[in-house]
Design a protein around this ligand. Structure first.
Ligand code: NAD
Length: 452
């Protein structure tokens, strides 16, 4: 059994790897288990130093890692470089966090009560293909900082950057067995990690459908899970917003990474009185998105990840769709799909399901209450944006939206030091920031009697 890795921009095979089965997965878990006692015993300062060294190695291999990611995912090289820079920052952040996780002392009668944050043991990390290295680092950073050892399963389509990162972890001096990468099918390797009795926790990022399976499978061993799942986020544009700025930014909130982004603001809600003007500005801005060769420094959008995924994306746009704009794509090989703007109602399929491609739905609304109602009318609750010059309204609406991450007059959701994660069927648990450490450690309470 092999995994064939393809460049989505050329359709050429760039690697063929052995596909692991249950036996190889069990062996990786055994290696991680054997490495755990020594890794948890590494002094906090030294663990921090090792993670810092890994961060520095990522910086030194910045261009190499960005090229691997760009070629394997089809993402523009400029975006891939920014992602690798974030990976280094993530390891720097958690290197600094290792010795700043303090316990508490709690006033009780008869003695001293104190809490400790203990590592969980072996954790299984399962990641998707859209941001392979980035999302791996969001899990590896806190997991390793807390003293866990890990088995990381990248998506079958995009395993290359995770394999290279594991080599860099060894070069940085992390002991053998602390970071293990297993390449194979989700239904085999992923499922085995979920059910394995020696895996204490699963950190999962992927679709809501598979997340549901993970949660069910984890029940057998009462495994801890963090689920970072799908989204159908709203970009809410009020008539009093800086419409030019909002329209110039909106395409990049959907078409970045060719729309293969859990935070994609794929529903653009626009107040009726500004709808026509905004739509005009948005079409102009979308026309300017530069689609083409991911290796070109100026490219803003590349192809989709696979032929199968392109079929799924295309199924959202048919003869009944009210299409406002369709962009251009390069000729020849590659899984290209054009930037597409459609007009929709919130109960249309394109507004309800995660397209995970460069298709955005414009939806008009009447007033604040209507905007909140439509934005919340989805099973998801990951991200979103609010554009208005009225500060009180911005905060009122922000508090009313059922979503884990929001931006006001901006479309950026992800920062190294701030918590990231979903409400509702977008999952639970938080990545990034100090919050992520909670998901990779367990609170232990110890009472020490001072009597007698
Ligand atoms: P996916 O759910 O198909 O796969 C994700 C991972 O799970 C892959 O590594 C896959 O091999 C593995 N997997 C598949 N079946 C499994 C099983 N039965 N048991 C255990 N693991 C299994 O998702 P995808 O298509 O790779 O990624 C796209 C999805 O990920 C989208 O829904 C997107 O919104 C979501 N996503 C969410 C976030 C977030 O942070 N919330 C970030 C990125 C992507």
């Amino acid at each position: 059994m092999t995994v064939t890795v393809v460049n989505p921009a050329t359709e050429e095979t760039i690697a063929t790897l052995a596909s692991a089965g249950v036996e190889e997965t069990d062996a990786a878990v055994a290696r991680a288990r054997a490495a755990f006692p020594a890794w948890r015993a590494v002094s906090p300062a030294d663990r921090g130093r090792l993670l810092r060294r890994l961060a520095t190695l990522v910086e030194e291999h910045h261009e190499e890692l960005a090229r691997i990611e760009s070629t394997n995912v089809g993402k523009p090289i400029a975006g891939a470089r920014a992602e690798v820079a974030m990976v280094a920052d993530v390891f720097h952040f958690y290197a600094g966090a290792v010795d700043k996780r303090h316990g508490e002392t709690i006033p009780v009668a008869g003695g001293v009560d104190m809490t400790f944050r203990e590592p969980l043991g072996v954790v299984g990390l399962i990641v998707p293909w859209n941001f392979p290295l980035n999302i791996s680092s969001w899990k590896l950073g806190p997991a390793l900082a807390c003293g866990n050892t890990v088995v990381l399963k990248p998506a079958e389509l995009t395993p290359l950057s995770a394999l290279r990162l594991a080599e860099l972890a060894l070069d940085a001096g992390l002991p053998e067995g602390v970071v293990n990468v297993v390449v194979g099918k989700g239904s085999v390797v992923g499922q085995r990690l979920v059910e394995h009795p020696d895996v204490a926790k699963i950190g999962f990022t992927g679709s809501t459908e598979v997340g549901r399976n993970v949660m069910q499978g984890a029940a057998g061993t009462i495994k801890r899970v963090t689920l970072e799942l799908g989204g159908k986020s709203a970009n809410v544009i009020f008539a009093d917003a800086d419409l030019e700025r909002a329209a110039a930014a909106a395409p990049y909130a959907v078409f970045d990474n060719a729309g293969q982004d859990c935070c994609a603001r794929s529903r653009i809600l626009v107040e009726k009185s500004a709808y026509d003007r905004f739509a005009e500005l948005l079409v102009e801005a979308t026309r300017n998105v530069k689609v083409g060769d991911p290796a070109d420094d100026s490219t803003e959008m590349g192809p989709l990840v696979s032929a199968g995924h392109r079929e799924t994306v295309a199924s959202f746009v048919d003869a009944d769709t009210r299409t406002l704009f369709t962009g251009d794509t390069p000729d020849g090989n590659g899984y290209w799909y054009p930037c597409t703007l459609v007009e929709a109602r919130n109960d249309d399929r394109v507004a309800r399901e995660e397209v995970f491609g460069p298709v955005a739905a414009l939806i008009p609304f009447d007033d604040d209450a209507d905007a909140i109602r439509i934005a919340n009318d989805t099973p998801y609750g990951l991200s979103g944006s609010i554009w208005t010059r009225d500060g009180a309204r911005a905060l009122r609406v922000a508090r009313a939206l059922d979503t884990g991450v929001l931006s006001i007059n901006s479309n950026s959701s992800v920062r190294v030091s701030t918590p990231f994660g979903g409400f509702k069927q977008s999952g639970f648990g938080r990545e990034l920031g100090l919050h992520a450490l909670d998901g990779y450690s367990e609170v232990k309470n110890v009472f020490y009697s001072t009597e007698g």
